[in-house]
Design a protein around this ligand. Sequence first.
Ligand SMILES: [Zn+2]
Length: 342
Amino acid sequence: MKLWTSSKIKGLMKQKIPKLPQLLNRKIYKTGQTRGADDDVIYQNRVARSSTVLIPFQFWGPSFKYPPGESSFENGFIVLIPPSKFFENKNIEKELAAKGLSLGGNCLVCFETREQWDKYDPNKLNWKPAKQRHAPLGGNYIARVPATTALNGGGKIIRGFTSTKNKGAGIRLYEYASSKTIVGCRHQLEAIYWLCFDSEKVAVENGMLAKDVQLRKSEILKICKKEGLLDFTKLSDARILNRERNAICPFCLEELSGAGFFSRMAQAEGREVPDLTVTEINLFHIKELRYGEYNHRPYNIAWGHHHCNVVTRDSGIEETLEWMRCILERNIKCGYKLNKFP
Ligand SMILES: [Zn+2]
């Protein structure tokens, strides 16, 4: 896959490509960011997928794999060691060195339970919590211990990367994608929007001029072709487009309407949240994001229904379909009438 340099593409886009409606533009832009994280976890909240990567100790070793074709992370990494692994091993410093790690340089001890905190209290060692994402990290540990009501003084323990500007140590390993991959994904996702059966009409309804729609669409499709993206066979094999080359939901296979990119989802009565920004169509990873894989990449990203995404998110499309088949078969076998099925 040959990618254009992002500056070249940016230059081209600025020159002559009309803008997308803001809501759609924002939705596509956000696909390059990680999901939300609050102060109680070690992760950064909605930052670029190319940010510093946090690697659980058990995944780091000689067989550790970077994304295909890459030999580093753009903004480095920090390996997180469980306290018992660090404190119960007298040779730990040597073992870390053998694995290319140094405490406070590119790895930290990570406290996540009160038991760990009480047993190996880092204050007694005069340790400092880390505050930098690049070496030197400015400390040896990080802590995110939840509060407990069972104890006096059982408040939560949050140490390291706590300032407003510097919240969270980094991103989940499996959320990582290089800037180049992020840009490629955004282009392909925009192309998939344009391949919704009613995308042009919907774009005009949302403020684009008809002539701008034509220009933008053809330019994006061209850019994708140049980047080796829009391979229709691959896209239909991945459940992203159907045979008619229209965008579909990867789970239920229904053709997607461009309107789903702009409409806010109807919410269950009594459960309205004032600023809920969930729309009917969301970013969808065909193979789910998980440790050991880098799945934010072209041909693994699509658009799909919010509901279908929620149902498949944890176990993946095929496993969910199999689960549903079993449920349907059992219901039929037990004599329950499925009125809507023939
Ligand atoms: Zn669906």
